[in-house]
Design a protein around this ligand. Sequence first.
Ligand code: GDP
Ligand code: MG
Length: 359
Amino acid sequence: EKLSVRFESFANRVLEMNLLVRPDDYIGVKLAGEIAALYNYRVEDVAFNEEAVLNKKAGEDKSAYPVRNPIITIMGHVDHGKTSLLDYIRKEKVAAGEAGGITQHIGAYSVKVKDAMLTFLDTPGHAAFAAMRQRGANVTDIVVLVVAADDGVMPQTVESIRFIKNAEVPVIVAVNKIDKPAANPDKVKQGLTEHGLLPEEWGGETQYVNVSALTGQGIDDLLEAIQLQAEIMELRENPKGAAEGIVIESKIEVGRGPVTTILVQKGTLNKGDSIVVGETSGRARSLMDYTGKMLNSAGPSTPVQVLGLENVPTPGDILNVVKNEREAQKIVDNRIAERKALANTSVEAKKVSLEDFFA
Ligand code: GDP
Ligand code: MG
C-alpha cells in the first residue's frame, strides 16, 4: 500500500527520528514499520520469511523418518584420479540394471550396494563446493579422498583435508593407481598420518582402501566401506512437506533454457511446484533423474535435473517451494533488493524505494 504523503513533509517527520532519507533510499521492513506507525499505519511483511524457512532445525529428532541415501563426494589432488574413479563407478556399477544402461550427466548418480543406495556427486572441479562452503551449506555426508599411490600427499590433498575437518564429515581414503609399478600405499598412509588421518590398521580411525580406477581393483571394497560408514551414520530425513534443496550445477542449454541439477535435501519436490532458487524462480516443469527417467516427484537425497527456472542459479543456492509463481517472483525481487541495498549499489538499481512506498 502507498501512503499519500508529500515527500518533503515525510522527510521532515522522519528527520525527527534521526533518519535522513532521500527519495530512492531503500528501507527495510523494520524501519518501514516504525515510519508507518507515525501515520497510524501498520506495515505487514508480505515478503517471504527467509529466516523461518532457511533456519535448519538443528535439534530436530529425525529418528522416526525413513533412511535416506548418503551423499558422497570425491576430493583430492588434480590428476590423482577423481574423474576416473567416478567414471568407473558410473560405467560399471550404475549402467547394469538401469533402464537403457545409459546414465545422464546430471552431476550425480546413485549406486546400489547390498540393500543400500549411495549417491555420488559428480561436480566438475571444486568451484561448486567452494560456493557451497561459502554459504555454509553442507551437502556431503561422506568424502572419499583420492590419493595417487605413486604420487602421495600433494597440496590439494592437504586442502581437501582442511575442508573435511571443517565440515566434520567422515572420510574414506582411496589409495588410487595401485596398479602402477611405482605405487607405494604405505607412503600415502605415512603422509596422511601427518595430517591426522591415522589408518585403522595402525591403530587409528581412518579407513584406507587400495583401488585402481583403471582396472577396477578394490572398487567393490571401497563401495562397501562407504556403505558401512553410511549405515553407522543412520541418515534419516522427512520426505513429507515442501521440498528444500541445493543447486549442484546449472547451465543454459539451447532449446531447454536453464537446466539445473538440484539435490533435494528434505521434503518432496513435485513436478509443477512453484520454486524459488537463490535469485531466480519458476515452475518445476520437468524433473529427470540420472538415468534419464522423467519423475513426478523427488524425495530426500535425490538429485534431479530441473527445467523451468527463469535464470541460471549459482551452485550452492537453496531451492524452496512456495505457494505460487507470484509469490516466487516477490521473493526474488525482495532478495535482489536486499542484496543491492546491502551492497550499497547505485540508487537506480534498487527495486524497493521510499517512493514506491509513499508516493
Ligand atoms: P583427476 O584430475 O583427479 O580427475 O584425475 P583423472 O581421473 O583425470 O586422472 C588423471 C590421469 O590418471 C588420467 O590419465 C587417468 O587415466 C590416470 N589414472 C586415473 N586413475 C588411474 C589408475 O587407477 N591407474 C592408472 N594407471 N592410471 C590412472
Ligand atoms: Mg577430474
